[in-house]
Every structure is written in structure tokens, then in C-alpha cells.
Write a protein that binds this ligand. Structure first.
Ligand code: GLY
Length: 353
């Protein structure tokens, strides 16, 4: 098992290993009498039973609440329904809520834990590679409001994140690739050595090597933690984690969400790297290397949409502040910079180079 300490105002550990159930249970304090497990119904129910039984054996009263995965889990209606269940279960402020699933469950469980009785302890057990390397760490949570994603939310750090690689091992290749996009993004913005490792030994082609998987996840969490520690509430430096995301969100929206998040981020990074190379900001050859590494990880890099079409979405991006949008622009592997561009000039910036 490996451990990364996230030194936010309230610090916590991220554990990465194979079969972490006993370790998770051992970390629950004696004050906790009741536990709610919010779990994505797509997760193997045997695992939820394993965690639930271990907690019960340890003397806690457990209630498991299954959720539909996907963005539909993040509605105000679903939030209200779960809050009622938790309240009827008489969960107190010294008890614990678990989120078990992918990114949407992490988001929902985080928001519930942060608002139920003004905050109860949260333990996140991500079961996808994407959620393990991004949503489970850093304390962002959210609900959607109609079509508008992530408009309601808080920053609320978990007290523990446990990444049990049994789940990552069970993922299909397509879902695994989605997670690889987020890993490549993290290396691109802050760990050139990890990019070298992934070029030499693509993660997706070495899925049987558990130590390698754990080491790559550890490096990702370390990078993310170091950025979150500097800017817990996303007021500046944390924006760097959005590499490939502004165009990625535009691609997701233009495709009516038929292109999934990780895949869209991969295409977004390719667009942005091409633009940065053409402008002389990124080192020549970066784009070729990026395309190669994405392809090696089973990711499509060719975007079906023209940059002009995507620019329309970018102009309406929710992250616009004071008429400006901060773009994450790559210089080379391991180094990206933040550039503030006026919304009125964004189309020109993206298309003329
Ligand atoms: N997913 C980006 C962040 O946590 O800031």
C-alpha cells in the first residue's frame, strides 16, 4: 500500500493498494456509531457488502443507499431524497458518509457530507481510474441545475480517500483509457518523468502490473495534492488542473455528451498543444509526442469539431471572470502556464496562429 498526505487546512491521507477494507475500517474513530454508504449501483455489490459487513463487525450501524451513476445522480431531487433518508437514519455529526463509485458519486457524496448538519466526515472510495486520479481528491463537489453542470457546490475535503486497485483492474479498456487521459494530463502539467515512463511502458498495456499502476496513481495524486495545497479554493494556481478542459468541455457539449469526459480532455489537450506550438509557446515536437502517447493509451486524438465551432462554447464558459477566461497553455511536458484572455478576443486567440 502507498500513501499520499494531502496537506490542506484539514489534512488527510490518500491510500492506494490492493484490498484496503481492513485499513479503512481501522481508521474510523470510536465516536462514529453510524455509517451511510452511498454507492453507485454499477459498482460490484459484493464490495459494498464487504465494506458494510466489516464496518458492522466493528460495531457500526450501516445503511447502504444505491444511486444511479452518471450525471442524473447529481440533481437537486436526488440530493433531497438522500438527505431525507440520512435524516431518518438519524446520522449525527460524529458519524461518517462514504462515497463509493465514479466521479458523479464522489461529487454527490461530497456535497451531501458538506451540507448535512453543516458537515459530517466523508470517506471517498473511487472505483474508476478517472475518479481515483481526479474527483476523489481535492474537495470539489457539485450538483447540476437542469442542463447546467456543477453550478451548486462547495469545497469540502474528505477525511480519507482509499483507492482499491481491485476496481481499477476490473474496468473495461474504454473506461480505463478515460482515466489514462487524466493521468497524461497530470504528467503533462507537472511530471515530465511520468510522461517518459508512460511512453516507455503505456499503462494500458501493462495492466497486469499492480505495482506500476499504484506508482502511477501515486504520482498523479502527489501532483494534484501539491497544487490543491497551494490553492484549496481554486482562486488561481489550481486552474492549471484544467489543462485540456476548457476545450474538452466544449467538445463534450457539442457532442451532446456522447464524447465522454476523458476522451474530450484528450482531444482538448491536442487542440491546445497545436495552438501553443503554432504560436511558438510550446516546444516543437510536443504535439507529435502527445498524439503518440494518447494513441498508445487507446485514446482518439482527432476531434470531429472545428476550433471555430468550439470557440462559441468557450466564449460562454462558466469560468469567465470579469470578462476574462484563464487558459492553460502548454510549454513542454511537465510545464504549462496560465494565460488570461479577454472573452472578446478568445476566438481570435484560438483560431489565428
Ligand atoms: N478537477 C479539477 C480540480 O479539482 O480542480
Amino acid at each position: 500500500m502507498k500513501k499520499v498526505r494531502v496537506r490542506t487546512v484539514y489534512p488527510y491521507d490518500v491510500l492506494i493498494g490492493n484490498d484496503l477494507t481492513a485499513e479503512i475500517v481501522s481508521r474510523i474513530t470510536d465516536n462514529c456509531k453510524k455509517v451511510i454508504l452511498l454507492w453507485d449501483e454499477a459498482v460490484f455489490s459484493g464490495y459494498v457488502a464487504e465494506i458494510g459487513n466489516a464496518l458492522e463487525k466493528d460495531g457500526r450501524e450501516v445503511m447502504a443507499v444505491s444511486l444511479e451513476g452518471g450525471e442524473s445522480a447529481k440533481t437537486i431531487e436526488s440530493y433531497a431524497k438522500i438527505m431525507k433518508i440520512i435524516s431518518e437514519f438519524n446520522l449525527t455529526r460524529s458519524d461518517v458518509i462514504f462515497g463509493i463509485g465514479g466521479g458523479t458519486v464522489m461529487d454527490l457524496a461530497g456535497f451531501i457530507a458538506s451540507t448535512y448538519k453543516r458537515g459530517v466526515e466523508l470517506i471517498q472510495l473511487p472505483t474508476t481510474l478517472l475518479a481515483a486520479c481526479d474527483a476523489s481528491v481535492g474537495g470539489k463537489n457539485a450538483l447540476n441545475m437542469g442542463e447546467d453542470k456543477n453550478v451548486i457546490g462547495t469545497f469540502y475535503q474528505p477525511s480519507l480517500v482509499a483507492i482499491d486497485t481491485r476496481f481499477i483492474d476490473a474496468l473495461g479498456d474504454e473506461v480505463f483509457s478515460e482515466g489514462c487521459a487524466e493521468i497524461i494530463k497530470t504528467g503533462y502539467l507537472g511530471d515530465a518523468e511520468m510522461i517518459d515512463m508512460l511512453e516507455e511502458r503505456p499503462l494500458i498495456k501493462n495492466r497486469g502490473d499492480n505495482d506500476y499502476l499504484i506508482e502511477i496513481i501515486r504520482r498523479c495524486i502527489r501532483i494534484k495534492a501539491s497544487i490543491v495545497e497551494k490553492d484549496e479554493h481554486d482562486s488561481g494556481p489550481r486552474n492549471i488542473l484544467n489543462l485540456g478542459h476548457t476545450l474538452g468541455h466544449a467538445i463534450e457539449a457539442e457532442s451532446n455528451y456522447s464524447i465522454h469526459h476523458g476522451q474530450a480532455v484528450a482531444m482538448g489537450m491536442v487542440h491546445m498543444t497545436r495552438i501553443a506550438e503554432n504560436k511558438g509557446i510550446a516546444e516543437t515536437g510536443t504535439l507529435g509526442r502527445l498524439i503518440n502517447i494518447l494513441t498508445e493509451h487507446g485514446l482518439e486524438w482527432r476531434c470531429p469539431y472545428n476550433i471555430n465551432v468550439l470557440a462559441g462554447h468557450v466564449e460562454r464558459d462558466k469560468k469567465v471572470r470579469g470578462g476574462n477566461l484563464t487558459l492553460v497553455v502548454p510549454e513542454k511536458f511537465g510545464s504549462c502556464v496560465l494565460m488570461k484572455v479577454k472573452v472578446s478576443e478568445i476566438r481570435k486567440w484560438l483560431t489565428e496562429n
